[in-house]
Design a protein around this ligand. Structure first.
Ligand SMILES: Nc1ncnc2c1ncn2[C@@H]1O[C@H](COP(=O)(O)OP(=O)(O)OP(=O)(O)O)[C@@H](O)[C@H]1O
Ligand SMILES: [Mg+2]
Length: 394
């Protein structure tokens, strides 16, 4: 594999711009972080370090410049699989494999990747794992908000130094995006459409010219090979700040759908609950698949406004009932069972969480939920325990 030896940061004149100690340090603290077991939530590259290592060892395929793994290995990391030596890679994304292939191959081109979809469809999750597998670093992250300004995307200044020395490389504070350009890694932008349109437009030059000008220093940063951007945006936020067509053209959009059927959704919840239970060290038994299936059924029926068999129309509650909420309901139930029950998840442990997730508006949603309890739950013979527990809470 040919290494990219070109100077990636150039002064417009002749002198190369070498990142200062301060900037180097900033990069390494980001990348190394804390890796001990005491961290509440490890970055994907820490949590799955062993899988990434095994994949790198087994990987014989060609890697795009500056990628840690080949597209084949990145795919296996995301979707799971068995390596030739028997090592089992766990699936991270459960769903349509083709979407993941499109996402990965987009990142090997000069187009950026936009993951788009309803809340809780694993956009951030996929983005983190893609960055971990491709760059070995998922931390070059910008959280888009209405208050995100240009300096969050480009660079800022250390004002103490700026006042003393004037604009100098040492006074410059690189954004995660700038760091990604300098190091040839993936930058992640969360909730791109929450950023105001003017600030979004900053991205146009960066994505098309792969250059970030620093006029104050009469210099520029030229992105190293391997640099690209993964952005996420939410369906529900549509209209907040739509992407301009100029910016849209620089992105390949992959829409992540809701889980196709109940089996798929149950598998997602089961897997994530098991992962989270381990991290939180909950002294509870693995939840029975039947409990997960009941929660997922309720969520799917209320989300779609009809019972699974299609026989009954239902009112739809105001909140989002995504897979992510189903995961939390089970998880909360497990905590209750672990600390105030006998360690086995039962209907009583689920009722409060379910009601909390579904009743977001105390008036309207309560009516919807009560109606569901009366017309659907009460009629299902094996659901009586859950029906009674939920009735008690409401
Ligand atoms: N298809 C899926 N495969 C694996 N995990 C999934 C899937 N769908 C949802 N999840 C899980 O749901 C949780 C929420 O996902 P995530 O936070 O990435 O959603 P999001 O799409 O970024 O939502 P938002 O728009 O609210 O930011 C994660 O824990 C993720 O593991
Ligand atoms: Mg997200």
């Amino acid at each position: 594999m040919k290494k990219d030896s070109k100077q990636h940061i150039q002064q417009r004149a002749t002198e190369p711009f070498v990142p200062t100690e301060g900037q180097q340090e900033q990069i390494s603290t980001h990348a190394e972080g804390q890796s001990g077991n005491s961290v509440l939530r490890q970055h994907a590259e820490q949590q799955f370090a062993e899988e990434l290592e095994e994949l790198a060892r087994a990987d014989r395929q060609q890697r795009p410049p500056n990628w840690r793994l080949s597209p084949w290995a990145v795919r296996t990391y995301l979707l799971g699989g068995r390596l030739p030596n028997g090592f089992q890679v766990s699936p991270k994304y459960i769903g349509n494999a083709r979407l993941i292939e499109i996402a990965i191959s987009t990142l090997a081109t000069d187009r950026a990747l936009l993951l788009y979809g309803l809340p809780g469809t694993a956009k951030s999750w996929v983005s983190e794992h893609l960055a971990a597998a491709i760059s070995g670093d998922s931390t070059l992250l910008i959280q888009g908000t209405a208050g995100t300004d240009e300096s969050a995307l480009r660079y800022g200044w250390n004002y103490a130094r700026l006042l003393v020395e004037g604009p100098s490389p040492a006074a410059l504070v690189a954004s995660p995006l700038m760091t990604a350009m300098q190091t040839g890694k993936l930058a992640r932008i969360e909730e791109l459409t929450r950023i105001s349109s003017e600030v979004q437009d900053t991205l146009i030059t960066i994505l098309s010219e792969k250059t970030l000008p620093i006029p104050e220093l009469n210099r520029e940063v030229q992105a190293r090979k391997g640099f690209n951007v993964i952005a996420t945006a939410n369906n529900r936020d549509k209209g907040v700040n739509d992407l301009s067509s100029a910016l849209m053209r620089r992105f390949n959009t992959v829409v992540l759908p809701l889980p196709q059927d109940i089996e798929e959704e149950v598998r997602i919840v089961e897997r994530r609950v098991a992962d989270l239970g381990q991290v939180l060290e909950l002294p509870a038994e693995k939840p029975a698949l039947e409990e997960i299936r009941r929660v997922v059924t309720i969520f799917r029926e209320l989300r779609e406004g009809k019972t699974l068999d299609g026989s009954l129309k239902l009112k739809i509650p105001s909140g989002t009932l995504s897979t992510a909420e189903a995961i939390s309901v089970i998880n909360n139930g497990l905590a209750l069972a672990a600390y105030y029950g006998d360690g086995t998840l039962r209907a009583g442990d689920l009722a409060a969480g379910l009601t909390g997730a579904i009743v977001k508006d105390p008036v309207q949603d309560r009516i919807v939920w009560l109606e569901y309890l009366q017309t659907v739950m009460k009629e299902r013979r094996s659901w009586q325990d859950l029906y009674r527990a939920c009735r008690e809470v409401v």
